[in-house]
Each structure stands twice: as structure tokens, then as C-alpha cells.
Design a protein around this ligand. Sequence first.
Ligand code: 6GU
Length: 254
Amino acid sequence: MSVWTATVLTLFPEMFPGPLGHSLAGRALAAGHWNFSAIDIREFATDAHRTVDDAPFGGGPGMVMKPDPLFESVEHVRKSAALDETAPVVLLTPQGRRFNQRIAEEFSELADIVLICGRYEGVDERVGQHLATDEISIGDYVLGGGELAAMVVIDAVARLVPGVVGSAESPANDSHTTGLLQHPLYTRPPDFRGMDVPEVLLSGHHAEIARWQRREALRRTLERHEAEAQRARDAMAEAKATSSGTRCSMSSVS
Ligand code: 6GU
């Protein structure tokens, strides 16, 4: 049986496996529990100059990744026997849906994964519409390209694929899987430069420890959500102020 395989299509294959070659996922990769390959999109350019980008129709700044090398390279990996034909093809772009633990779980239940790293100002729309099965962003900020985002997605998904990272990990208890953030963790020494470990953790009282951990997880989760709700309220107040400002200036014009 072939192992779970992540295939990345990129203009910068030398960036890989990068951090994926280290830590838990890296050891599992070296041990053959999963498989990784980076494919150079430029090898699938269709002209003598190996062109992978071009100016946008309708004008505008920057360059757009051409569709033909991307379609050719996905068709190439789809044909390779090692890859499951139902593997999702994920386009990494700031316009995609925001990656989270639920999406990581979805991907981990599918066989294999293909990731396309966007570069330049963007990717020809036909790639998102007719080639990719998914468009993913890892957060509300703009990176120079999809490569770091692909590494984030692969790291998060690989550790959920059964057999990839080993049973020592228990993804079922991960924060975000439980819907709660993780409770605080401490290790030796119990007194470090006057900073103490909470008494209960040293008590050996398992039921009390479990209660403390749950309370702390709930407290952190509430704090985070309250901070997010406050930001949303501020944004709402700001939007209302702006739109009433607009109405005022409109009425003064008419
Ligand atoms: Cl997937 N790509 C780029 N270029 N920037 C991003 C991103 C992806 N996700 C967040 N920012």
C-alpha cells in the first residue's frame, strides 16, 4: 500500500521540504510514513523561454501566473501512479477560504493532496475555477507566495493522517479539535526564578488536576472569544460611523 503523499507545485522547489524535513513530521517523512515531492512548475512551461507568467488582460500592475504550465503540471502528477486520483488540488492564495483545524481534518480524511503555490500578483482565474478543487488562505495577511502557506497546510494535515506521526500524538485532544484552547502546561523546576507552578499540579490529585485543566481551557477560550467579539463590535461601530458620515455628505450634496 502506498503512503499518504503531498505533492507541491511551485516555482521555488528548492524551498522544500524546508521545515517539513524537521521535527515530528520530518522524522515520520524520513521513516517513510508519508511521502513528499516538490515539482517545478517551470518544467511544464509550453514555450521555448519557459514562460510561467504574463501581464494581466485589461491592464494593472504585476504579472499573472499562466494557466497552461499549471494545468500541464497537475495533469502530470495526476497521471503518476503513486497519486490517488481523488486527491484534492488546493490552490494557495490570499483570496481562498481561511484554513482551520476543521479543513485540516477534511483533507486528512482524503487520499493524498496536491498543492499549487501562487506567486506574483496572482494566478489566472481559470486555475481556481477549473483545475483546483479548493482555494485556501492561511490568514488575513499577504505573503510573497503560497510556499510557506503550503508548508503550514501540510504540517497541519500530515499529523492527522493515521500512521503518519504515530500514536504518541493524540490529535483528538488537540485544542481546536475539542473547540477549546489548550490549558497551561508546566514542567520542572517547580520554582524557576521565583515563578511558581500552580500547587494543584504538584498535588498528585488527578480529579482536581483534570478540573483545573478544564477550567483554565475554558477561561482562555472565553478570553480569546471576548477579545474577538470586542474587535467585531469596534469594527461595527466604525462602519456605522462611516456610513452615517456618507449619508450626511450625500444629503449635503443633494
Ligand atoms: Cl495561501 N498565499 C499568499 N500569497 N499570501 C497568503 C496566503 C496564501 N495565506 C495568507 N496570506
